[in-house]
Design a protein around this ligand. Structure first.
Ligand SMILES: Cc1ncc(COP(=O)(O)O)c(C=O)c1O
Length: 374
């Protein structure tokens, strides 16, 4: 028995209702189950797993993932084609470092998660932004003879618009990448939570030779777990592992092993199914409340997958002052504009993440937004 108390220096204002898009329901995470997996995995694992381990990650988890990815996303791959990551962000960093000497530039969606922009900027990779619409990246706007570019896309659920890339655009993208002799990074951030429409299979299936598929457990489990994976052509694995090792980015073995067992014993699937029902309920309450408060002055999109929606306002510009006023009224929202490359086109849209909010908080949060925007 121990009696340690958690000491914090973080000033978190618990009265603020935060519509952050990247956080799942932390309260509903099955901590006691998970801690059993951690405990038993730790006690049972061979002693050598206390050593650094291999940068590629545990074979046990890679084997589990190769079966799991076939079942859930239709991805066919060998465990040797998988690298375990400490979150998908690490994958963007490793691939950026790997490709930069050959391709100095990236064809990138505009809009794109600003965390990815920061990673590529830190590597001095230049952007060739391509607009997105309600069907994802406008692949028809990519010049067919473009040179020295790799590509990054979010086909299953574009961030932040929430659109899904249709098969015609996928095929066009693959053909183009083949012609210009490059790689496509498929960022599959949150496709586990699909509420309507059919599951669209991964871009990876269309051409496993050139698509690097990156996934994460930040939304499906919890962000501080820092576990993700990438599936890549076998020819790239060795160099990626060298980069991971040279940066000291080893992923802790114990979490890998616990996750592998969690998936193998069926708890992961059960958890996703349970959470999907929960999120579906929250999503409905959010949309109903928005329609109730704002009627026809808003347009809602991106709501078929994931833990957020996008709301476009007819008569509001989300300036810094408006965000400050909202925050003073104890509600935090996120601008679509903050994920743009070419600035100035998305100032009237916000991202509302609902994963980590209770139903009462969602309703109260929208009420607080209305009080300021009325
Ligand atoms: C679209 C998108 N991709 C990737 C990430 C990074 O995820 P990870 O926690 O796996 O590094 C985020 C995080 O919010 C995201 O929104």
């Amino acid at each position: 028995e121990y009696n340690n108390k958690y000491i914090s220096d973080e000033k978190i204002d618990r009265d603020i209702i935060d519509f952050n898009s990247g956080v799942p329901d932390l309260e509903k995470f099955p901590r006691s189950f998970w801690s059993k997996f951690l405990r038993y995995s730790f006690l049972d694992m061979p002693e050598y797993l206390l050593d650094y381990g291999r940068p590629q990650g545990l074979f046990d988890l890679r084997l589990t993932l190769s079966n799991f990815l076939l079942k859930t996303k239709g991805i066919k791959c060998y465990p040797d084609q998988i690298i375990i990551l400490s979150g998908s962000s690490e994958g963007f960093l490793i691939i950026g470092k790997l490709l930069k000497p050959y391709y100095n530039n990236v064809i990138i969606e505009d809009l794109v998660y600003n965390g990815i922009q920061k990673i590529f900027k830190s590597l001095d990779i230049k952007f060739y932004p391509i607009p997105v619409d309600d069907k994802g990246i406008r692949s028809d706007l990519i010049p067919e003879n473009i040179k020295n570019h790799f590509i990054i896309v979010t086909p299953s659920h574009q961030f932040p618009t929430g659109s899904v890339l249709p098969i015609q655009r996928r095929v066009k993208l693959i053909k183009l990448a083949r012609n210009i002799n490059t790689y496509i990074i498929e960022n599959d951030y949150d496709s586990e939570f699909r509420y309507t429409g059919q599951q669209i299979s991964s871009l990876h299936l269309l051409d496993p030779e050139i698509v690097i598929h990156i996934g994460t457990f930040s939304e499906s489990l919890y962000p501080s777990l820092r576990l993700g994976y990438m599936v890549l052509p076998e020819s790239l694995v060795k160099d990626c592992c060298k980069i991971k090792e040279s940066c000291g980015l080893f992923t802790p073995s114990i979490y890998q092993l616990a996750l592998s067992n969690f998936i193998k014993e069926g708890y992961f699937e059960r958890h996703i199914n349970k959470m999907k029902k929960l999120y579906k309920g929250k999503r409905k309450i959010l949309i109903d409340k928005l329609k109730d408060e704002f009627k026809s002055s808003i347009k809602i999109s991106g709501d078929s997958i994931g833990l957020y929606i996008v709301v476009e306002f007819k008569n509001v510009i989300f300036t810094d002052q408006i965000l400050k006023k909202l925050l003073d009224n104890k509600v935090r929202v996120y601008r679509v504009e903050d994920h743009s490359i070419i600035k100035g086109k998305h100032n009237n849209k916000i991202i509302l993440g609902y994963g980590n909010l209770g139903t009462g908080e969602i309703e109260e949060g929208i009420k607080r937004i209305k009080e300021i925007l009325k």
